[in-house]
Ligand binder design. Structure first.
Ligand SMILES: Cc1cc2nc3c(=O)[nH]c(=O)nc-3n(C[C@H](O)[C@H](O)[C@H](O)COP(=O)(O)OP(=O)(O)OC[C@H]3O[C@@H](n4cnc5c(N)ncnc54)[C@H](O)[C@@H]3O)c2cc1C
Length: 311
């Protein structure tokens, strides 16, 4: 007998796909379009919908997992022998077209040099994407029905009464933030600050009127070096920052927490959503909460990846 809770939850399942086409959007971004017989069943419910790519070392299809259904997917993946177990990496659905069974994913080509050779720290996902050709197989893991909330891999859920939406991130958050911005309906003030590797990575977005997007080109600077002051400036312009003189010791921000999405964030009418490299995001969140007086329950922050850490 199924319970009410079960009927509310998605079932994660594997989707057999192939690369339909690739498009180099910019020096740093590659768009992969996947197609597959079941892709019309993929349950994309939110604008920052995440899912997994399963990347085998040898490029062969991961057929063993395709017969696994429901909650057993993780155990089945873990049970695969070392060497055969594909790498699992998290990405964002940039666009889903169920009517033609297609999904777009924008992949950051980190560690891939301009001449196409790989740096020593390039990861399997970026390497696979850089070499992807139409017809290449890829198995995806995602929900089997649309929904909202963490269970479905969706974190974008601003309070309905927010009068200001503020988004910031590095290039790995660009697909999620772009999808969020493109779907917004008129109402709140919206500002997004995006730090990407170079000017050529400033992507053309189909934005609703009034959405203010500020691109920053990192160049040779440290990650976040431009983003942090730009976030400060934007929040001051919006009248959100209350200019706490010096650090406010009464508003501690825990070390080590890299993912926190509050239920509501209604105190100031501003909802802030930060994603990207974990250390950078932690610093940004600290700046917002401790130095600028933004209420902590109005700030969602997500460490999408961590320098020096794989997967
Ligand atoms: C919810 C969510 C959504 C995401 N959506 C996207 C997306 O749509 N597009 C996207 O490109 N990424 C996205 N990411 C980030 C992506 O999962 C990571 O960048 C991932 O580590 C890439 O895997 P890899 O196999 O290429 O490298 P890994 O094997 O994981 O890492 C190899 C080395 O590269 C470093 N590294 C990893 N990513 C980067 C990077 N971007 N720049 C510089 N160094 C890096 C690591 O620190 C490590 O030293 C998302 C992550 C999350 C959690």
């Amino acid at each position: 007998m199924s319970t009410a809770t079960e009927t509310l939850q998605p079932t994660y399942r594997f989707f057999e796909t192939t690369v339909a086409r690739t498009e180099r959007l910019s020096p740093g971004f590659l768009r992969l379009t996947f197609t597959g017989p079941d892709l019309h069943l993929f349950g994309a419910g939110g604008d920052d919908q995440r899912f997994k790519l399963l990347i085998p070392d040898d490029g062969a299809p991961v057929t063993e997992l395709l017969s696994v259904a429901g909650p057993d997917w993780y155990a089945a993946w873990c049970a695969m022998p070392d060497g055969a177990r594909p790498h699992m990496r998290t990405y964002t659905v940039r666009a889903l077209r169920p009517e033609v069974a297609e999904m777009d994913v924008d992949v950051v080509l980190h560690g891939i040099r301009p001449d196409g050779t790989a740096a020593p720290d390039a990861g399997p996902a970026a390497l696979w994407a850089a070499a992807a050709q139409p017809g290449d197989p890829m198995v995806l893991l995602g929900p089997d029905r649309p929904g909202s909330g963490r269970m479905w891999g969706v974190e974008w859920a601003p309070p309905t009464d927010a009068d200001t939406l503020f988004l910031a991130g590095d290039e790995t958050a660009v697909p999620a933030i772009a999808a969020v911005l493109e779907s917004l309906v008129p109402g709140p003030r919206v500002v997004a600050v995006l730090e990407v590797p170079e000017v050529g990575d400033f992507l053309a977005l189909r934005l609703p009127p009034g959405v203010d997007v500020r691109w920053l080109a990192r160049g040779s600077r440290a990650r976040g070096e431009l983003l942090e002051p730009a976030v400060h400036t934007a929040l001051r312009e919006l009248g959100i920052a209350r200019d706490v003189p010096g650090a406010d010791p009464g508003e501690p921000v825990e070390e080590g927490i890299l993912w926190e999405v509050p239920e509501t964030g209604a105190h100031t009418g501003c909802y802030a959503w930060l994603a990207g490299e974990a250390g950078m995001v932690k610093g940004l969140r600290r700046r917002l909460v401790r130095d600028l007086g933004v209420p902590r329950d109005a700030v969602a922050f997500m460490g999408y990846w961590k320098v020096g850490s794989r997967g």
